[in-house]
Design a binder for this molecule. Sequence first.
Ligand code: NAD
Length: 359
Amino acid sequence: MSKKILVLPGDGIGPEIVAEAVKVLANLRDAHDLDIDLDEALVGGAAIDATGGPLPEATLELAKEADAILLGAVGGPKWEPLDISIRPEKGLLGLRSELNLFANLRPAILYPQLAGASSLKADLVAGLDIMIVRELTGGIYFGQPRGIRELDGGERQGFNTLVYSESEIDRIARVAFDIAKKRGGRLCSVDKANVLETTELWREVVTAIGADDYPDVELTHMYVDNAAMQLVKWPKQFDVIVTTNMFGDILSDCAAMLTGSIGMLPSASLDERGKGMYEPIHGSAPDIAGKGSANPLATVLSVAMLLRYSLDEPEMADRIEAAVDRVLDEGLRTADIMSDGMTEVSCEAMGDAVVAALS
Ligand code: NAD
C-alpha cells in the first residue's frame, strides 16, 4: 500500500523550501518507484489567515492518517500581535502533542565542503556527525504546576516543574540506544544529576537500560554544563547524545551552530511507532521570504530522514544525501553558505540540481 505523506508548507520561506523538497519526493516516486501519496494542508499563519486557527481540525485529521509529515516552517511578524494561545507556533506544538511525537532527532552534520562556514577551526569540525536525541513532550516545558503567583508580601514569583516518569525516560533512552547501535555505538546521556533529583532518576534509568538491553553500546554520562563546554571544545568526541527537553533545546542549537549553516540541518520528531514529523531546524526566515534565495537543503535532508525513519527506505535516503553531497561538490551554494570561488544559486535552482543529481 502507498505510504501517505502529508506536506505542510507553512509560512515565510516554508512554501519555497518545501516546493523543492516535494520535487525530490516526486522524482523518487516517478523515476525510482517510491510508492507514496502526497497530500497538502494548512498550518501556522497560513491556517490562521484561512480558518482563524493555527491547527485546523482538517489538518490534524490528515496528520493522524499520514505515515509521515513534512513541514516547512511557521510564524512571522504578521501574526506576532496575536495572543500567544493562537499564534502560528501553537500549530506546531499542537501537532507534536496530539501526535505524541516525544523523540526529537537533531543531527549536526558538517559537510567537509562547508567546513569554512563554522565559527570553530575547520579541523575541529570537518566531518562532524553528531545525533542529538531530545525528549520533546515532557520535562519542565510541560510540568505542572506552573505559573506566576503572588507571595504574601505582594512580590510575584514565577515557577515551573521539572518532572520525568520512569516510562518517559525509558522510551526516549531506547530510541537513543537504538540509534547509537546503528551509528558509532556510543551514547552520552546528558543530565544534571548532581543537583536535580529528576535527572538523578534519569541517570539511574538510562544506566539500567544500557546494562540490561544494550551492553554493546558504550554509555557515558555528562553534566549539562560540561556537555555545553565539550561541544565547543571537542565536538567530534560525541556520537549520539540523549537528554531532556530543555537541555536538548539548548544543546542542539549549540551543536547546530557548530556547522555554521542553519540552512543545512534537518530534524525528525517521532512517536512510539516510528511515525514522524520532519522539518528543517530553522524558522520561516521572514527577512528573505519571497526572494527565492532560501536554502532548501535542510528540508531536502529532512526528506531523507523521513525515508529512513518512517518509511524504512534507507537506500532512497542514502540517494538523497549523496545527491546533496554531489551538488556541494559541484560548487553550488545558496546565499547563506556562499563562499569565494563557488556558484551562487537560487532556492529553485538548488532544488533542480539535487533532482538532477538523484539520477
Ligand atoms: P529563522 O530560523 O527563521 O531565521 C534566522 C536567520 O537565519 C535569518 O537571518 C534567516 O534569513 C536565516 N535563515 C533561516 N533559514 C534559512 C534558510 N533555509 N536559508 C537561508 N537563510 C536562512 O529564525 P527567526 O528569525 O528567529 O524566526 C523567524 C520566524 O520563524 C519567527 O516567527 C519564529 O517564531 C519562527 N520559527 C519557526 C520555527 C519552526 O517553524 N519550526 C522555528 C524557529 C522559528
